[in-house]
Design a protein around this ligand. Structure first.
Ligand SMILES: NC(=O)c1ccc[n+]([C@@H]2O[C@H](COP(=O)([O-])OP(=O)(O)OC[C@H]3O[C@@H](n4cnc5c(N)ncnc54)[C@H](OP(=O)(O)O)[C@@H]3O)[C@@H](O)[C@H]2O)c1
Length: 260
């Protein structure tokens, strides 16, 4: 029996995580959502506790951790830092309409995607220390990978990319700190997945143009986004097989550097 906390669980990849994990009645699963009242799809799932916390709010995360602690006797086995956002700006770093606009976009992405991972990890570390597996998975993105950016001249999503690149360093910092205690931290890119975050011609035409140019260079045979169901199965295989010796790495859902 294992216990799991998944953030950003109201939809997309997070929703699929809690769906698959809660289907096993031996698991204890906690879905952390930003707005409990609107997380209606979760109501259909059994064997699931829904907690409310914005990942930019450390006090709310601490209250959520207290609730988990009460239910599990102070333990947690897996933390899945999945919550994330992008504003789909469709501009390169020097293409925003004003300095204020680029600064807003940088800080806004950083606050949720990067600092959110830090607040969330800090809130649950005391419980993870008492857990049996001590695994923390943080959902990153290959668009934050330096090598891929240079190989593909990936201009799209600058603030989001930067926020995810820093997540990889956040994960490495925790791995270095907690190696001796048997923790496994992992940053993982899900590839491209059919969720509300994936850009489309309707919600992000500028970004689609930039992404198409990059994909033509780095993945000319790319067939399109995969379904959350398939992705979560693959990511769980990677998490379950990952060992503390390789804590702190950044890999794809294939468990390597094949991003798509
Ligand atoms: N889809 C892809 O192709 C792709 C590719 C690479 C990486 N990722 C990463 O995968 C993760 C999941 O994304 P997704 O594709 O499932 O996107 P999604 O469908 O938009 O889901 C994102 C989830 O994060 C939650 N969230 C956003 N800001 C939050 C905050 N401040 N506090 C708490 N929760 C917050 C959202 O809450 P609400 O439901 O309240 O909006 C939503 O439930 C993200 O970290 C994303 O960056 C996705």
């Amino acid at each position: 029996m294992s216990s799991y906390v998944v953030t950003g669980a109201a939809k997309g990849i997070g929703f699929e995580y809690v769906t698959q994990l809660s289907a096993n009645g031996d698991n204890t699963v906690f879905a952390v959502v930003r707005h409990k009242a609107t997380a209606t799809e979760l109501k259909a799932l059994k064997n699931l506790t829904v907690l409310q916390a914005d990942v930019t709010d450390p006090k709310a995360l601490q209250l959520a951790a207290n609730e988990v602690s009460k239910a599990t006797g102070g333990k947690l086995d897996y933390l899945i830092n999945n919550a994330g956002k992008t504003n789909h700006p469709g501009f390169p770093l020097d293409g925003f309409p004003s300095p204020e606009a680029v600064e807003y976009d940088l800080l806004d992405n950083f606050k949720t995607n990067t600092i959110g991972v830090v607040h969330c990890t800090n809130a649950f570390i005391p419980l993870l220390k008492n857990g049996s597996t001590k695994k923390v998975l943080s959902v990153s993105s290959s668009i934050g990978d330096l090598e891929l950016t240079l190989l593909g001249d990936v201009v799209a999503e600058p603030s989001y990319s930067i926020s995810k690149a820093v997540v990889n360093m956040v994960v490495a910092k925790y791995a270095a700190q907690y190696r001796e205690e048997g923790f496994t931290f992992l940053a993982i890119c899900p590839g491209m997945v059919r969720t509300s975050m994936a850009p489309t011609e309707d919600n992000a035409p500028g970004e689609m143009k930039m992404l198409a140019a990059a994909l033509a260079k780095v993945a000319p045979d790319f067939k399109g986004p995969i379904a959350p169901e398939e992705l979560v199965k693959m990511q769980l295989d990677v998490i379950y097989s990952w060992t503390p010796e390789r804590s702190g790495e950044f890999v794809s859902h294939f468990g390597n550097k094949q991003w798509l």
